[in-house]
Ligand binder design. Structure first.
Ligand code: GDP
Ligand code: MG
Length: 364
């Protein structure tokens, strides 16, 4: 748009006109990938933005503070191999099953909730295989984890993947709670483990820092209540909140095809409350929600923010880390998926074209 005219195709109306660029950024949520070259015409960008607005689905603008209600924390367990992550998650999961009135067979669905026996507060644990899923989600810009529980075996202390986990948590700006594990073993050296953590920049509370540590035995199931309590205290400090109303937004934690129920995914809802019959889009997959289950395989009627839910009704399989967005109608969902497919194809063709061009230039 050139000031004083309505002529998007005016010779001056290319993206290297800085004032124009500024105006577009402010007005229509323009992104850098809209510029193909300095000669990109403003009209092209505007056309693309209009198309995107009409055909794709996007997250809603952030909620007002008055629309927010408290939600439970979402926790990822990390640490060196064999330090006890799986044992800890199993122990926590089983504690929560025993408490259920209809304690059934627990399924591995990628996430589960734990409740303290004397409270209504819950903690959601992500139970995805290790760092791979965490980085997949991070690379897609999905921020699901509020707190990292760093498992360190007291017999070994800090190891290579302990350091890596600390790096991950710091990069994602997620606070750490240390679970010093295998405290039942005679070889356990807790002071040494703490010293090692301190050397890695973990400011433990007893040394004047802010990081809490809890001594546990995942195997003997000791210290687990204290660990969950510590997580809840940390969560309280963070004042985690979410908007439970309106169109749903969430993240895919895990997806698979079940022989009996078809394509399904475990999701963490981040906004709105998911109900049966909703239309969802995640990446290039879409669903009409046929039903939802908790980790005990029980049918749930709704999934509010923070609570993990297994969702059935996907027409294609979404991927871990995909953003889930609700659409008002099936038509809208289908349209969005088709638009995304087209965009991906276009991008792929552009990349191919550049590669061909480069090859030709090399040849010359
Ligand atoms: P991961 O690789 O971090 O998932 O570690 P695992 O949970 O698979 O545990 C590795 C080994 O350590 C297994 O043989 C566990 O039984 C054992 N282990 C885990 N937690 C404890 C614990 O608290 N005490 C003892 N003695 N052994 C443990
Ligand atoms: Mg494991």
């Amino acid at each position: 748009y050139v000031e004083g005219t309505d002529d998007y195709d005016h010779p001056g109306a290319t993206i290297n006109n800085m004032r124009l660029l500024d105006a577009i950024v402010k007005k229509c949520g323009f992104r850098p990938d809209h510029i193909k070259s300095p000669q990109t015409k403003a009209s092209e960008v505007i056309h693309e933005l209009e198309e995107e607005r009409d055909l794709d689905v996007k997250p809603r603008p952030p909620p007002k503070p008055s629309e927010l209600v408290p939600r439970c924390p979402i926790v990822t367990v990390m640490g060196h191999v064999d330090h006890g992550k799986t044992t800890l998650l199993d122990a926590l999961r089983n504690t929560s099953v025993v408490e259920q009135e209809f304690g059934g067979i627990t399924q591995h669905i990628g996430a589960f909730s734990v409740k303290l026996s004397n409270s209504t507060q819950t903690v959601t644990f992500l139970d995805t295989p290790g760092h791979a899923a965490f980085s997949a989600m991070r690379s897609r810009g999905a921020h699901v984890t509020d707190i990292v529980v760093l498992v360190v075996a007291a017999e070994d202390g800090v190891m290579e993947q302990t350091k890596e986990s600390i790096r991950y948590a710091n990069e994602a700006k997620v606070p750490i709670i240390v679970a010093i594990n295998k405290c039942d073993k005679p070889e356990a050296n807790i002071p040494n483990t703490k010293k090692g953590l301190w050397t890695q920049g973990i400011a433990l509370e007893e040394f004047g820092g802010e990081v809490q540590s809890v001594c546990i035995s995942a195997l003997k199931k000791t210290g687990l209540d204290t660990l969950v309590e510590t997580i809840l205290t940390q969560a309280e400090l963070m004042q985690l909140k979410a908007d439970p109303k309106g169109l749903v937004e969430g993240v895919v934690v895990e997806a698979r095809t079940d022989p009996a129920r078809g394509r399904l995914c475990t999701a963490i809802i981040q906004r709105g409350t998911l109900r049966k019959g909703s239309f969802l889009v995640a990446g290039r997959a879409w669903a009409r929600v046929r039903g939802m289950f908790n980790e005990q395989g029980q049918v749930i009627d709704e999934a509010p923010p923070g609570v993990p839910a297994e969702i059935i009704g996907w027409r294609e399989l979404p991927s871990a880390g995909d953003l889930i967005l609700e659409c008002e109608t099936e038509t809208k969902a289908l349209q969005a998926v088709r638009y995304r497919e087209q965009q991906d194809m276009k991008k792929k063709m552009e990349i191919d074209e550049i590669a061909i061009q480069q090859k030709m230039e090399e040849h010359l």
